[in-house]
Design a protein around this ligand. Structure first.
Ligand code: FES
Length: 106
């Protein structure tokens, strides 16, 4: 058991239970984290589950596949550690991970 820290653009922090095997998007939605729309339900087709992983945690988030990368290229607020939260599967090595939720989804 561990936690994931979602931080909204206004500094509001949501510390939620890390549920191994679920996507970070699903964990956020299940715990009422605001700012993630997830319009396509996790199919890597909408880009509205954009998050920015804290630089210390980017390796724990795993690698980015081509379809995720293409979707991120269309994201106006893209940062070097941007990811789609539906494409990150929670694992025990993510205990304590910090992710930032941008002000707007596309
Ligand atoms: S929920 Fe649509 S791309 Fe992640």
């Amino acid at each position: 058991m561990g936690v994931i820290n979602f931080i909204n653009h206004d500094g509001k922090q949501h510390v939620v239970e890390l549920e191994v095997g679920k996507s970070l998007m699903q964990i956020a939605m299940d715990n009422g984290v605001s700012g993630i729309d997830a319009d396509c339900g996790g199919a890597c087709a909408c880009g509205t589950c954009h998050i920015v992983v804290d630089t210390k945690w980017i390796n724990a988030a795993g690698s980015v596949m081509d379809d995720e990368l293409q979707m991120l290229e269309m994201t106006p607020e893209k940062k070097p550690t941007s990811r789609l939260s539906c494409q990150i599967k929670a694992s025990e090595s993510m205990d304590g991970m910090i992710v930032h939720v941008p002000e707007f989804q596309m």
